[in-house]
Design a protein around this ligand. Structure first.
Ligand code: AP5
Ligand code: MG
Length: 217
């Protein structure tokens, strides 16, 4: 018997583990992991007009405009593979985006909102240490020397230098943290301690989702 699809929104500041945990959860549930940051980085890599405009803003640690991001999210959520659930990572990131998301999803199953909380010093340590694959963007585990997916060289993400990290954290507090208040009173909102091992955080996220929609997909 199939139950309602899981529609998970991962909230959390830069470095909280949205991508790491979101991709893992999505893989386990067989639903797409939709990271707006990854979509933008692919546009940058491909040299599209959106990518060229976005790179300047991303490298400064600022946010891309709501209209563009809502359009990107709408196009992605309308694709067939998102009909049976999804994990959203990095969207919404502002109140207008959160309001738009509510209009983009129908009411067959609720949005489960998981907010990953991590102290700011840990975020800074993680982001300064992070390495990604220059070719495919794969997020490397600590100590790994080459991309496990394509063998490509590992580099620092272009927005992970300390000045840009601090700006991203400032922007998060100003523009994104308020959406926690937008969701907090919903019965489908959960907060998770992200300052634990990867497996412990994953287990807490799975338990949080199960407490909202049950443990089956
Ligand atoms: P985006 O790519 O979404 O970046 P972010 O929100 O800054 O988040 P990160 O990807 O840096 O962190 P994460 O939470 O995914 O953590 P991760 O799992 O990698 O957005 C980038 C830019 O795109 C934005 O700044 C903006 O310009 C633009 N953008 C994107 N979406 C937008 C939107 N909707 N509106 C406007 N603009 C938008 O983990 C971080 C590191 O920590 C990794 O190395 C990982 O291995 C490690 N780690 C994770 N968990 C643990 C753990 N439990 N223990 C130890 N290490 C851990
Ligand atoms: Mg990420």
């Amino acid at each position: 018997m199939e139950s309602a699809p899981v529609r998970l929104v991962m909230l959390g500041p830069p470095g909280a583990g949205k991508g790491t945990q979101g991709a893992r959860f999505a893989r386990q549930r067989g639903v797409p992991w939709i990271s707006t940051g990854e979509i933008l980085r692919q546009e940058v890599q491909a040299g599209t007009p959106i990518g060229r405009a976005a790179k300047v803003i991303m490298d400064a640690g600022r946010l891309i405009g709501d209209d563009i991001m809502i359009g990107i999210a709408r196009d992605r959520l309308e694709r067939q593979d998102a009909a049976q659930g999804f994990v959203l990572d990095g969207f919404p990131r502002s109140l207008p985006q959160a309001e738009a998301l509510d209009t983009l999803v129908d009411d067959r199953s609720p949005l489960v909102v998981v907010d990953i909380e991590v102290p700011v010093e840990t975020l800074i340590t993680r982001l300064r240490a992070r390495k990604i694959c220059r070719n495919c963007g794969w997020n490397a585990a600590p100590g790994v020397e080459a991309c496990a997916k394509c063998g490509g060289p590992l580099v620092q993400r272009s927005d992970d230098n300390i000045d840009v990290v601090r700006e991203r954290l400032r922007i998060y507090e100003r523009s994104t943290a308020p959406i926690v208040e937008y969701y907090r009173d919903r019965p489908t909102y959960r907060s998770v301690d992200g300052d634990q091992t990867l497996d412990a955080v994953a287990a807490d996220i799975a338990a949080a989702v199960a407490s909202v929609v049950g443990s089956r997909r």
